[in-house]
Design a binder for this molecule. Sequence first.
Ligand code: ZN
Length: 243
Amino acid sequence: MRYLILSDIHSNWEALEGVLSAAKGQYDEIVCCGDFIGYGADPNRVIDWARENVSVAVRGNHDKACVELADLEWFNPVARAATIWTHHELTPANKDYVRNLAKGPAAVNGFEVVHGSPLNEDEYIVSTSEAAEAFGYVNTRVVFFGHTHLQGGFELSGRKIWGLSTPSNPMLLDLNADSAYLLNPGSVGQPRDEYPEAGYILYDPEDQFLFYHRIAYDVVGAQEKIRKAGLPGLLADRLAIGR
Ligand code: ZN
């Protein structure tokens, strides 16, 4: 079984469409590490698609905030404005789908999916010390996470942990049978590593085949919709610079 692993789509339909057309024919099922919505202008289109096409997903902190209007005190004013806008925009059926998303970790096919960390969907795994703590709570050798919007992740081999970067595109990750992995596909809809290209992973657990990908998409189209919706302009600007 080949999986398309996505995270942090954030209501960016143009980015999602770009990923789906680039990965077409190369996967059997879609798995998502959460944050379908929040920030972008197409929450209903993204959730309509998710309801039909995503096999396994966990909720992200923005998914939860957009339906419950909870935890808003932790959000900056721009994120808060987008959350409230999304809450009013979502149809009742789409709100139900988001409300029923499972809290991670979710088990898939010998691997797990979480949003932030295995312990807490709101926790960021950025440093090797944060990864070291997270590795203490994983149940499978390969775990996918999101939340940071940074493509890459961490490898644990013996007692050593190091960060994985993705210098080439696509990039094959040679999975070592003796290592454990926390892997981030990067954000589809709002990359934050100074590259605007949408990120994803293609993974086959049987063949131990894993590729990171980045693809260019219609950033201008996504920006125009954000401005037209009356969302904060910063949310459009950042897409062009990947921050
Ligand atoms: Zn996110």
